[in-house]
Design a protein around this ligand. Structure first.
Ligand code: PHE
Length: 336
């Protein structure tokens, strides 16, 4: 009876008072538990009635705890700072696709629509994949420090370097898969060249490889024509100039009519009316042999183009270095 009054009269205004209340009444060693403990000393006849009384006592104490806890929770909410509707809204920043990725995306779409798969590989490569299996003789000038960033030289697996083209990805594909093979290899490549508005130590390439039975130079030309019309417009003209690469024979460089002046001659094409867009050729038999493919049974073509210069021309940007500075003032101009 007295305890009932004590419980009801107890002032619970804050968390520490609540804690004290719990300690006094409801914990395992509190007053109510104590009374429950004494129950066995009570006359057996009175025991059920006393038990009921004690249960009621316990319930009312628990009700006070629950009530205090919900009051405190409400107070905590109303104490939070009010929402100030007069404040200006926070601007949310949306990223934009990098211009190089936009051009690369167009190129990928054109080739995947023709049935090419996409293959990627490591940017840190072994000499074996970047040069050796691609038929570069041991003393080829491209292996020189002038062009290649070597990371470690002459350990057990051979030189480790930053790939200078994405052709090593094609080597990996040939070693990995049986022909027919039809892949493009997009990615970053690295060259230790003098840095200027037109060339940077990093840039992007997209190379392609097609190996099947009876693939000819005519197939290569048709593929490049189809690509160029979709990429640069249906009225572009192409020019295949004989060239040399260790991994293709015969080899060619491909020019398109300058799509800025329509072939009349301007500052960008240096008055020639032509822009060089890629290297290509028929896969050299030695490369096939180095990659486990029989050149008597299979033939193929390969091509490789730079992405960044096309992006420069398309968006009329005059310095390639802007592509690698990640300045949002530049990048945010390519939202659309
Ligand atoms: N790998 C060459 C380069 O980086 C491009 C190329 C690829 C040329 C395939 C011919 C055939 O310059």
């Amino acid at each position: 009876q007295q305890l009932q009054q004590e419980i009801e009269g107890y002032q619970i205004l804050d968390a520490s008072e609540l804690e004290a209340f719990k300690l006094e009444f409801t914990v395992r060693k509190g007053k109510i538990a104590g009374l429950f403990g004494q129950l066995k000393t009570v006359d057996a006849a009175d025991r059920p009635r006393m038990g009921q009384l004690l249960n009621a006592l316990k319930l009312s104490a628990e009700a006070r705890v629950a009530d205090a806890e919900s009051r405190f929770a409400q107070n905590a909410q109303s104490a939070a700072p009010a929402l100030d509707l007069s404040l200006p809204g926070r601007r949310s920043f949306l990223g934009s696709e990098h211009p190089v990725q936009k051009v690369l995306g167009d190129m990928k779409r054109i080739f995947t629509a023709m049935g090419f798969g996409i293959a990627t590989g490591p940017e840190l490569e072994l000499d074996e994949y970047n040069f050796e299996r691609l038929n570069f003789p041991p003393n080829h000038p491209a292996r020189d420090m002038q062009d290649t960033f070597f990371i470690t030289r002459g350990d057990a697996e051979g030189d480790v370097l930053l790939r200078t083209h994405t052709s090593p990805v094609q080597v990996r594909v040939m070693l990995d898969q049986k022909p027919p093979i039809r892949v493009i290899c997009p990615g970053k490549v690295y060259r230790n060249e003098a840095i200027s508005a037109r060339s940077y130590c990093v840039f992007h390439q997209l190379e392609g490889l097609y190996i099947d039975k009876n693939v000819s130079f005519a197939d290569l030309k048709a593929t490049i024509y189809s690509f160029a019309r979709q990429m640069f417009g249906s009225d572009v003209k192409l020019r295949f100039r004989p060239s040399f690469f260790p991994f293709t024979e015969p080899s060619a460089e491909v020019d398109v009519t300058c799509y800025l002046c329509g072939g009349k001659g301007c500052r960008v094409c240096k008055k020639s009316g032509w822009l060089e867009i890629m290297g290509c050729g028929m896969v050299h038999p030695n490369v096939m042999k180095h990659c486990g493919i029989d050149p008597e049974e299979w033939t193929g073509y390969a091509f490789g183009m730079g992405v960044d210069r096309t992006a420069l021309l398309r968006y009329k940007i005059d310095d390639i270095r802007l592509f690698f500075e990640n300045d949002v003032r530049m990048l945010s101009q390519f939202m659309a």
